[in-house]
Design a binder for this molecule. Structure first.
Ligand SMILES: Cc1cc2nc3c(=O)[nH]c(=O)nc-3n(C[C@H](O)[C@H](O)[C@H](O)COP(=O)(O)OP(=O)(O)OC[C@H]3O[C@@H](n4cnc5c(N)ncnc54)[C@H](O)[C@@H]3O)c2cc1C
Length: 340
């Protein structure tokens, strides 16, 4: 039987450092404990918060319900052929430790996703992505527990309906499954993805056969460390807003007014704007609002140096959304999920 802890402080379990309490907290180390915890929540009629590394949530206030901390561990090589290996990884494994493990064993494909905080089980929720690669590019399938029935289910890549920072688990199937393991399809021969401009620029002096997945990972870690605040020092939840996708006609009219506007083509009809550019040029970079702030180097990151409740972060986010809407007519959508 897992240990249910009442009135549990979550400050050290979310990267924004928000000091709120969970009515009840339980850490689960295997599927049996997870099913017991789900049964308990059902019996006591407690709302649920499934917790990984707490790097993509905003805890606005105390959580009146059960927080289930996913601590399932283990990695299993389940199949291989000449080209690929299939690695099954439990949901509670740390994401970056998995990237390092794969680099050590020469299982290639995760290198561009180096240093993303959080757990393996949360990675499919928003189809994590960075430097030209998304989780879906290396994903084979996942297993989950159906919260209502307590039964295991397998989801293929198609069933997950991955999109830009999106999956079926943020939409139609939100709050219905707990992911217990993810199976990755990784290459035995390196296949470098160097299309992302910042990565290409950093590699230019050494673009040759000497570039390996390890070099790519090291460079990405260095870029990320120089650009993003470390949550251990400055509490934050990474990029607070998704890059908005707008119609080409809207983009063209904005570009007349703002020729420096940073944008990337999506398809013939749509363009993705750099949310950081919009926020920065609306004057928000480095702004401090009481205990919370917009980071001085990266306008997309909201920080919580005063360890305030998440509601203060959300209030700042709303002001930014309002100002970006008024200036550019563009709606910004938050990336982390707000609780309660
Ligand atoms: C400094 C920093 C940099 C970041 N950089 C990136 C980046 O480059 N790219 C990117 O995509 N993201 C980035 N993020 C966001 C974050 O790291 C990812 O979204 C990560 O996958 C969240 O993992 P987590 O375990 O911390 O999830 P949590 O914050 O614990 O949970 C996030 C959501 O997933 C749900 N969830 C968690 N685990 C499970 C599970 N096993 N089953 C079902 N639901 C679950 C939670 O209920 C919650 O709704 C960054 C965050 C920070 C703080």
């Amino acid at each position: 039987m897992p240990l249910f802890l009442p009135n549990f402080d979550l400050q050290h379990y979310n990267t924004l450092g928000v000091p709120v309490k969970a009515q009840v907290y339980v850490s689960v180390a295997d599927e049996t404990e997870l099913v017991e915890a789900l049964r308990y929540a059902g019996h006591e009629k407690l709302p649920l918060l499934i917790l990984g590394g707490g790097s993509n949530i905003v805890l606005c206030d105390d959580f009146s319900g059960l927080v289930i901390h996913i601590r399932l561990h283990g990695k299993t090589l389940i199949a291989e052929n000449n080209e690929f290996i299939w690695l099954r990884v439990a949901a509670g494994e740390n994401w970056h430790e998995l990237v390092e493990y794969c680099l050590d064993f020469h299982y290639w494909g995760l290198e561009n996703l180096s240093l993303i905080p959080g757990s393996v089980g949360a990675a499919p929720i928003q189809n994590i992505g960075a430097y030209g690669v998304e989780l879906k590019d290396v994903f084979e399938e996942l297993t989950a527990i159906d919260i209502r029935s307590g039964l295991p289910v397998t989801f293929t890549k198609e069933a997950c309906e991955f999109g830009y920072r999106d999956s079926i688990f943020k939409g139609r199937l939100r709050d219905q499954y707990v992911i217990t393991a993810v199976t990755f399809k990784l290459r035995k021969q390196a296949h470098l993805v160097l299309s992302y401009p910042a990565l290409r620029d950093a590699l230019t002096p050494q673009l040759s056969d000497s570039v390996t997945p390890k070099t790519v990972s090291d460079i990405i870690c260095a870029i990320r460390r120089s650009k993003l605040p470390d949550p251990a020092q400055v509490p934050n939840a990474g990029s607070f807003f998704k890059n908005p996708v707008i119609p080409v006609a809207h983009y063209e009219s904005l570009r007349l007014q703002y020729p420096q506007l940073v944008a990337y083509p999506v398809d013939e009809q749509q363009v993705k704007l750099a949310a950081a550019w919009l926020i920065d040029h609306a004057g928000w970079r480095g702004q401090v609002c009481g205990p919370v702030a917009v980071h001085g180097q990266q306008a997309l990151v909201l920080t919580n140096p005063g360890r305030a409740k998440g509601s203060a972060v959300v209030a700042l986010a709303e002001k930014i959304q309002q100002s970006v809407w008024e200036k550019y007519g563009v709606a910004l959508e938050p990336e982390p999920r707000f609780y309660p």
